[in-house]
Design a protein around this ligand. Sequence first.
Ligand code: NAD
Ligand code: ZN
Length: 352
Amino acid sequence: MRQIKLQDYQVSIGNAWAEIQNTIDFNGVSKCFVLVDAMTKEYCLPLFLEKSQIKPDGIIEIPAGETYKTIETCQRVWNELFLHDADRQALIINLGGGVVGDLGGFVASTYKRGIKFIQVPTTLLSQLDASIGGKVGVDFLSLKNALGVFNNPEAVFINPAFFDTLSDRQLKSGFAEALKHALIADRSMWDNIKGITDLRTIDWEPFLEESLLIKKRIVENDPYEKGPRKALNFGHTIGHAIEGVLLETEHSLLHGEAVLLGMIAESKIAQIRGLLNENELSEITNHLRKYVDFSFDLQQRDMIINLIKGDKKNEGDKILCTLLNAIGQYAINQDISLEEVEVGLIYLEEQF
Ligand code: NAD
Ligand code: ZN
C-alpha cells in the first residue's frame, strides 16, 4: 500500500482495506451510507463490503451515467438521507466513478450544511483525476459541473482491483489523464509511458502514485484554481467542447477520449505559436493517436467553436487555454483566438 499525504486528508493506493477502519473514527459516526450507481452496485459493492468489513446503515443507489449527474438525482439522495434520519454526524462513502464521487461529494457538502464523505473511486479516470483537488458538483442546463463547491473528503481509497470489471474503453479513457499529467509536468514519465503497449499489464500502484504526485504538486500550490492549477486543463478547452457537442449524438465520446483529441488540437496551437517544435508536435500526435481507436465526427466545427466561446475557463472575451511549452512543461493562461482553435481542429481531422 502507498499513501499520498495532502494537507487535510490522505490518499491510500492499493489494498488499504484495513486503513478505512483506522482512518475513520466510526464511534463518531451516527450512520454510514454507501452511495453506488447501478453498475458499481453490481461490480464493486460486494468486494468493497467483504474487504472493508463495513456494515452500512443504508445503500443508496443512483442510475449510472453522466446524464444522471444532476440536481434531480441529488434530490433523490438527499431524500433518502432524510428518510433514514441521517444527522450531521452521518458519513457517506462514494463508491463509483467520477459521477458518483462528484454527486455524492456535493450531496454530502450541502446536506445539513455538510456531512463527512469518503471517496472510493472505481474507474481509472476518477482515481487519477477526481481523487485530489476537492471539486464536487453536478451538471446543470447541459453545462458540465456548473453547480458545485470545493470541499475535501475525509479520505480517498484507490484500488486498481476495481479495474478488473472496467471495460477497455473506460480504462483507455482514464489513461488519457495520465498522458496529460506526463505531458504537462514530467518528461521522464512521458518517455516511460510511450513504452506501454498493453494497459492491462501496467503495474498500477507505482503508476498511480507517480501520476497523482504530479496532480498533488500542482493542486497544493493553487487549491482554488487561480493560477498554476489551470495546467491541468491542458486538452480540456477544446476537449470539453468536442465532448459537449457530440454528447447525445451517435458519436458521443467518453471524457478522456475527448481530452485525447483536445490535447492533439491544442498541441498544434502550441506549435504554430512557436512553443512546441515540429518534432515535439509529431511525437505527441503520433503517440496520442495510438489511443484514438474510436470514431468521431467533427463536422459541426462551428458548434464546437461556439461552445468554446461559452466555456467557463474563459474570462471576458478571451479564450484561455493551457498550452505546452515543451514536452513535460506547461504554460498556463494562453489567450488563444478562434482562428487558432480552427487550425487546431483542422489539424486534428487531418490525422485520421
Ligand atoms: P462514471 O462515473 O460515469 O463511470 C463510468 C462508467 O463505469 C459508469 O457506467 C459506471 O457505472 C461504470 N463503472 C464505474 N466503476 C466501475 C468498475 N469498477 N467496473 C465496471 N464498471 C464501472 O464516469 P468516470 O469516467 O469515472 O468519471 C467522469 C466524471 O468524473 C465526469 O462527470 C467528470 O466531470 C467527473 N470528474 C470529476 C473530477 C473532479 O476533480 N471532481 C475530475 C475529473 C472528472
Ligand atoms: Zn479531465
